[in-house]
Design a protein around this ligand. Structure first.
Ligand code: CDP
Length: 228
């Protein structure tokens, strides 16, 4: 284990767009008493900060986005670390359509990837963590104590994301449109979305939220027992 890890435990949950990583990671963290860090929320926060500048996305350079991202910090709550801009909550802003349609481009910028990875690793030097994203179990924590790769059928991922956003049952036309958007984002994120060879694959297509949380909590508890 590298020195900077300082003996804290890491559960890494990766997977494609809307596979349920963040909500699952949040529940798992609170059940096992770890802190949750959502790396995708940091990419989204950097994107939101750049959008707030008013400079059009076509003109963003990696250096410019990094400069804007300096206004983002991670605020601790009891069970997680959430990004804020200039101390202000951005929970809703980072889920908006403008952020979502520009985030993949920002996530291709190596300096931004370095910035996100620094923040996530920094929390892991101080706390046991559940981290989620695309490359947590590969590029960021190749020696994570437990790695999970969440997948689900694209139609089902689109249906869940819409139901959450609209707070009602989406129509088939809406699901078809959202599926197309998700599949495009999967393609844009393909380079960094990698299943680690030692990750446990969990297909959540036919699982309820609580079943998938239970499954990962059981894996995490077995890992914690082995470490004690
Ligand atoms: O919407 P979803 O939950 O799938 O995405 P997210 O986890 O909020 O991540 C938003 C975007 O950040 C992704 O579309 C990727 O472009 C990028 N990302 C990344 O490149 N690497 C990560 N470890 C996490 C997110």
């Amino acid at each position: 284990m590298p020195d900077w890890r300082n003996q804290h435990l890491v559960v890494a949950i990766d997977g494609p767009a809307a596979s349920g990583k963040s909500s699952t990671a949040q529940w798992v963290a609170s059940r096992i008493g770890f802190r949750h860090v959502d790396s995708g929320a940091l990419y989204r926060a950097a994107t939101a900060a750049a959008l707030r500048s008013g400079v059009p996305p076509a003109e963003w350079t990696p250096g410019f986005v990094l400069e804007q991202a300096a206004r983002v910090s991670l605020t601790p709550s009891e069970t997680s670390f959430v990004p804020v801009i200039d101390g202000e909550s951005i929970t809703e802003e980072i889920r908006g359509g403008e952020v979502t349609s520009n985030v993949s481009e920002v996530a291709q910028m190596q300096v931004v990837r370095g910035w996100v990875n620094h923040h996530v690793r920094d929390v892991a030097t101080r706390f046991d963590v559940v981290v989620d994203g695309r490359d947590m179990g590969t590029a960021v924590f190749p020696d994570a104590d437990l790695k999970v790769y969440l997948v689900a059928d694209p139609w089902e991922r689109a249906r869940r994301r819409l139901a959450q956003r609209l707070q009602r049952k989406p129509s088939d036309v809406e699901i078809a449109q959202e599926t197309e958007t998700l599949v495009k984002r999967d393609a844009a994120d393909a380079t960094q979305t990698v299943q680690a060879r030692d990750a446990v694959l969990v297909d959540t297509t036919l699982l309820t939220q609580s079943e998938q949380v239970d499954r990962i909590v059981a894996l995490a508890q077995a890992m914690i027992q082995r470490r004690e």
